[in-house]
Write a new protein. Structure first.
Length: 206
């Protein structure tokens, strides 16, 4: 009787441990996708395809503070994404005034937004751009006086255009949206944001 009770107790203990171990295991991609599909519902322009990841998103989803990309993988990602940046055939110069409006606007891509209207960049959500702006995010670096620091040159404009178009082309697994690559901003809008940072007359450079 005592032996039977001991065995039953051991079995219960083992089952409990197995349950804890199972709950501590990291979910696989299929489990994560299933939870997301149960939680997310299509509404307006926000369709279920928003849950589909491309190769870069899949790769970077596995990046955690303790598990960064190795150097070779990071360099390969940057190289491949840089090759995919589509630069305009002509000038990269835009209108900084339009660029400021784009930077201020958070319109676009949300289910409640009108898809017939142009999206904004919502740049102030992550960056400081001008001293006149009282509220701005600090997730990204300050871009105040960007042109003065980096030069009012064609090379600076090309860098800014490329970075806004696809941030992954410069920093692997960057948290910055890929505005051009994902069709969030148009070519002209990216030119205008580029001018906001690189035009000497822009308030960014005052």
């Amino acid at each position: 009787m005592k032996k039977t009770s001991w065995l039953l107790g051991l079995a219960a203990f083992a089952a409990g441990c197995a349950g804890v171990m199972q709950s501590d295991q990291e979910p696989d991609a299929a489990q994560v996708k299933a939870v997301l599909e149960q939680s997310f519902h299509a509404k307006g322009q926000a369709k279920m395809d928003r849950l589909d990841q491309d190769d870069v998103q899949r790769l970077c989803s596995g990046v955690t503070p303790g598990h960064p990309l190795d150097k070779e993988a990071a360099e390969r990602l940057v190289r491949e994404q840089l090759a995919a940046v589509k630069y305009p055939a002509g000038s990269l110069e835009g209108d900084w005034k339009r660029g400021e409006a784009i930077a201020q606007s958070g319109q676009g891509k949300q289910y409640s937004d009108d898809p017939s209207k142009p999206s904004g960049g919502n740049c102030y959500a992550c960056h400081e751009l001008t001293r006149e702006e009282l509220s701005f995010g600090t997730i990204g670096p300050s871009l105040y006086q960007f042109g003065r620091k980096h030069g009012f040159t064609p090379e600076s404009r090309k860098y800014v255009y490329g970075k806004v178009y696809n941030s992954q082309a410069f920093v692997a697994c960057s948290s910055m949206p890929r505005f051009g690559h994902k069709g969030i901003l148009t070519e002209q809008q990216i030119k205008d944001v580029t001018a906001l940072l690189t035009d000497p007359a822009s308030p960014v450079n005052k």
